[in-house]
Structures are given as C-alpha cells and as structure tokens.
Design a protein around this ligand. Structure first.
Ligand code: ZN
Length: 204
C-alpha cells in the first residue's frame, strides 16, 4: 500500500505559501509507516520546530490500474475519507530552497492521519462539492470544498497512474485548502466531513 499526496490543489492554499498555480498535478509519496489511525495521539518529532496541519480529502483505490483515462477514473475508487498531511514546514522550506526532495518533511512517522471510517463516493454530488473542516481546540482553522480543487478526483487518478501503477488500498490525499498552520503540544484536532466527525486526537 502506498500513500500519494497532491500538492497545491487549491488556489488559495498555493497562494498562502507563495507558490505558483500548477498547470498539472504535483504529487509526492509517503510510506505506509506514516499512517496514524484510530485517534492515536500525534507526537511532534524532536527535529522540527514547525509541524503544520493540512486537512485533506482522501480517496481509496479499489482496483489495479495504469494509464487510466480520465473518463474511466471514477471506476477506480468508491470510498472517501479524511486525513491530515502533517508537514514539517521548517524542514520543507530548507529542502525547497536547496531544490532537494521533500521526504524528510513529509514522509516521517505519523505524518499521515487517516479517518477510520470512509463514506461511499455516492455522497459526492455532480459538482464534486464535498465540505470538510479541521478544528483545533474547538476553533475551525481550515475549511474545504472539493468543488474548488484545481484538479478533480478523476484527473488526479488519471495523471498519477501515468507514472505510478495504482493498486488496491492505495490512498490519494487530494490536497489541502487554505489555513494551514502549526500544531502544538496539547492541541486537540477534530476533522469533519459533511458534518460528520471523522477523527479526534491529541498532539503530544
Ligand atoms: Zn498536503
């Protein structure tokens, strides 16, 4: 199982990090050792001073595929969940400035929070507007509407599968809306998808 993450898929988030709007999807990967589930606490690693939350919709691949055409991409997933792409922003900034890969900042243990429950994709309306949000200590810090994604689910599946074979159980983190920011010890993070609580855990 692999975790594929999409970068800069919401215009407002690309701008808040002063990045260009991409002309094609940007993706990177996390290993399965990055998963954090069952509302287990997140422990801030000792080698970073700035871990940011990025709440994201997550689609789960349900069949093997390579070079998937966009018109058939909807057949390759049938469940949607919620996750957080934890990012060591200070380390990522160092790596980006040197033109180096992002793995240290993105692929570390516990960096991929995943909801235990998934919704059937039938909840997705035709305009792809699914609402999700992240609360920290009861305050909403990020709100997303997947209808505002630069690249939709089908386009992401099609693009990624040109380069990487998708397999059953693979996860695609589909990018974060604006509002990313640091987490600190003692924070309580709660994620919601269409109003339903998807995860609730502490930062330690
Ligand atoms: Zn992300």
């Amino acid at each position: 199982m692999k975790i594929i993450c999409i970068g800069r898929n919401y215009v407002a988030h690309a701008k808040e990090l002063e990045n260009e709007i991409p002309v094609e999807p940007i993706f990177f990967m996390k290993p399965d050792s990055a998963l954090l589930r069952n509302n287990d606490p997140f422990y801030i690693p000792d080698w970073t001073n700035e871990v940011h939350h990025e709440v994201e919709l997550v689609i789960k691949i349900n069949r093997i595929g390579k070079n998937i055409e966009k018109q058939f991409a909807h057949r390759y997933y049938d469940e949607i969940g919620l996750g957080i792409d934890f990012t060591a922003r200070d380390i990522q900034a160092q790596l980006k400035s040197k033109g180096l890969p992002w793995e240290k900042a993105k692929a570390f243990d516990q960096s991929a929070v995943l909801s235990s429950t998934f919704f059937p994709k039938s909840i997705i309306p035709d305009d792809e507007s699914i609402f999700f949000k992240l609360n920290i200590n009861g305050e909403t810090v990020q709100e997303g509407d997947s209808g505002l994604m630069i690249f939709g689910f089908d386009e992401l599946i099609s693009h990624v599968s040109k380069y990487v074979t998708l397999k059953i159980g693979d996860l695609i983190y589909t990018g974060t809306p604006a509002g990313v920011g640091p987490v600190k010890i003692g924070d309580r993070l709660e994620g919601f998808l269409e109003g339903k609580e998807m995860f609730d855990f502490m930062v330690k």
